[in-house]
Design a protein around this ligand. Structure first.
Ligand code: ADP
Ligand code: MG
Length: 553
């Protein structure tokens, strides 16, 4: 920061070290301010939690509309300015990157933790004590989660599908969940690489989601290969090649223009012909090199000259030009082809293999499908749906589903959903708290209360009576009914494991970790120094939040 703290000299003279327009908020005011802003963020996403959660319609500064129910997406789209609010937005991003799901829950939990911390601060419990208590509670909570989690076998497709279904149930495409779940599980099982200890490693880059509005959502399917959103370059080329031998070329199949502008003076028609002949000879030699390698499909990252196109067409070779760099990499991984820059180096050993390469018409566009790849470790999910918004939201749900299946493949343990694990951990934390001396006990109890905010929010969004739910949940969990949670569909408290509403252990762990971390960060701040906006020469209103600009929504 460019500002410094104002001070008084020993003789009592005030020294201004802050730039004009800067402001400082200290102590309890600063804490209140931060907690308030962070809580507001949680309020925004709260109503979208769970299968009965509402969607948000977000309009950006360009007027583009997004309709979503995904916590991370909502927070990405809104333009938050307050620094403490930003910290909370950050956790939805980290959760999204780490485990892919649970972004709303993390923010809701952080909001509850802060709200409960505020109550303690009002009772003169020092924030450091709260932070310490929360840390103890976090450790214990993670320990309890591990204890109650159920180990699963990664080969158990049905369980993986149920995990995917649970994550998609809460989204727009909820009725489609079952079909999409099997697409996701099949795709990821192909891509997963087994470790010796039974877990797997999944590289998400090998699962590409392509979307195209049109058709019906149930047309969404798994392609065991790659789709290029390009067409075959020349009408005379074959549109379908079985047992494809694929060359991946990074250099242009064109005569490259000189870097500097050159002038060629041609005086006679024969000179002209000689010049063109030479060009054609060069192109023809390129095509011959491709043919000599045995390739019947060429994917080129750069352009292909018209003459080269028709020569390739004559030889029955299918060609695609200007493929994306990322697609070239994936094609290389999937088909086993080695990319070549210099055609002189191209040999049969560099070629990749696919059972079928075919141009297909998808709505108005022609796309090239490369299927049945030799190395099936790269797959594509083609998302279809009635409108752009539907496919956009389907894509977001698929992202969550792909990530939760990956989570379980990498850490094969699950818990039930519907707030059951949160209620169980809360109940056990209360027992744990009773054994703690001092004020930290209070913080641990508040942590337990905060965890209950997850089942209670699910209940609230499902239109259930939250007091009844709270009482019933506490009773069940004290009787050792670990998986009792809120069944948002039936509107009752029930055994969520039996309902097959299940989630990865990894997601629940990450929610608790991310929310506690953000909470501690916010609570530790007792001084906000904000430099004035450079555009606004006038100082901030006295005691106000200068450059913090409030919430920009
Ligand atoms: P997040 O961004 O946190 O994943 P979601 O809107 O996806 O938010 O909601 C996730 C929560 O919904 C989880 O706690 C999950 O257990 C719960 N959930 C999913 N399906 C059901 C269901 N049928 N009944 C009750 N809760 C459910
Ligand atoms: Mg979710």
């Amino acid at each position: 920061m460019s500002t410094l703290i104002p001070a008084k000299t020993s003789s009592g003279q005030q020294v201004f070290i802050l730039k004009e327009g800067s402001s400082e908020t200290k102590g309890r005011d600063a804490q209140k301010n931060n907690i308030f802003a962070a809580k507001l963020i949680a309020e925004i996403v709260k109503s979208s939690l769970g299968p009965r959660g509402m969607d948000k319609m977000l309009v950006d500064s360009m007027g583009d509309v997004t309709i979503t129910n995904d916590g991370a997406t909502i927070l990405k789209e809104i333009d938050v300015q307050h620094p403490a609010a930003k910290m909370v937005v950050e956790i939805s991003k980290t959760t999204d990157n780490e485990v892919g799901d649970g972004t709303t829950s993390a923010v809701v939990l952080a909001g509850a933790l802060l709200e409960n911390a505020e109550e303690l601060i009002n009772k003169d419990v020092h924030p450091t004590t709260i932070v310490d208590g929360y840390l103890k509670a976090e450790d214990k909570a993670l320990e309890i989660l591990k204890e109650i989690a159920v180990k699963v076998k990664p080969e158990d497709r049905r369980t993986l599908e149920q995990v995917a279904e649970t994550s998609m149930q809460t989204k727009l495409v909820s009725d489609l969940g079952k079909e999409l779940a099997s697409v996701v599980v099949e795709g990821l099982s192909l891509v997963a690489e087994k470790n010796e200890d039974g877990t797997s490693k999944v590289d998400i880059d090998n699962v590409k989601v392509e979307k195209k509005a049109g058709g019906s959502s149930s047309d969404t399917k798994l392609i065991k290969g790659i789709i290029l959103d390009k067409e075959v370059v020349h009408p005379g080329m074959p549109k379908r090649i079985e047992a494809a031998k694929i060359a991946l070329v990074l250099s242009p199949l064109e005569i490259e223009k000189t870097e500097f502008s050159a002038e060629i003076r041609i005086n006679t028609p024969s000179q002209m012909k000689g010049f063109l002949d030479q060009e054609n000879a060069m192109l023809s030699s390129m095509v011959e090199k491709i043919e000599a390698s045995g390739a019947n499909v060429v994917i080129c990252q750069k352009g292909i000259d018209d003459v080269a196109q028709s020569l390739l067409a004559k030889k029955g070779i299918l060609a695609v030009r200007r493929a994306k760099e990322s697609d070239m990499t994936r094609l290389s991984k999937a088909t086993g082809a080695r990319t070549v820059t210099n055609l002189d180096d191209l040999s049969s050993r560099d070629l990749g293999f696919a059972k079928l390469v075919e141009e297909r018409k998808i709505e108005q566009d022609k796309w090239v499908f490369i299927e049945g790849c030799k190395n099936p470790k790269a797959v594509t999910i083609l998302v279809r749906g009635g409108s752009q918004r539907v496919v956009d939201e389907a894509e977001r749900s698929l992202h969550d589903a792909i990530m939760v299946v990956k989570d379980v493949l990498e850490e094969p343990a699950i818990v039930a959903g519907g707030g059951a694990p949160e209620a169980e951990v809360a109940s056990r934390l209360r027992e744990y708290a009773a054994k703690l001396p001092g004020r930290e006990q209070l913080a641990v109890l508040k942590f337990a209360d905060s965890l209950e905010s997850i089942p209670l929010t699910l209940a609230e969004n499902a239109g259930m009576d939250i007091i009844d739910v709270q009482v019933e949940l506490r009773a069940k969990h004290s009787q050792g009914k670990t998986w009792y949670g809120v069944n948002a569909r039936s509107g009752k408290v029930g055994d969520m494991m039996e309902e097959k509403v299940i989630e990865p252990l990894a997601v629940k762990e990450e929610i608790i970790r991310a929310a506690s971390e953000a909470t501690s960060m916010v609570l530790r701040v007792d001084d906000i120094l904000a430099s004035g906006k450079s555009a606004a020469p006038a100082g901030p209103p006295p005691g106000g939040m200068g450059g913090m600009g409030g919430m920009g929504m």
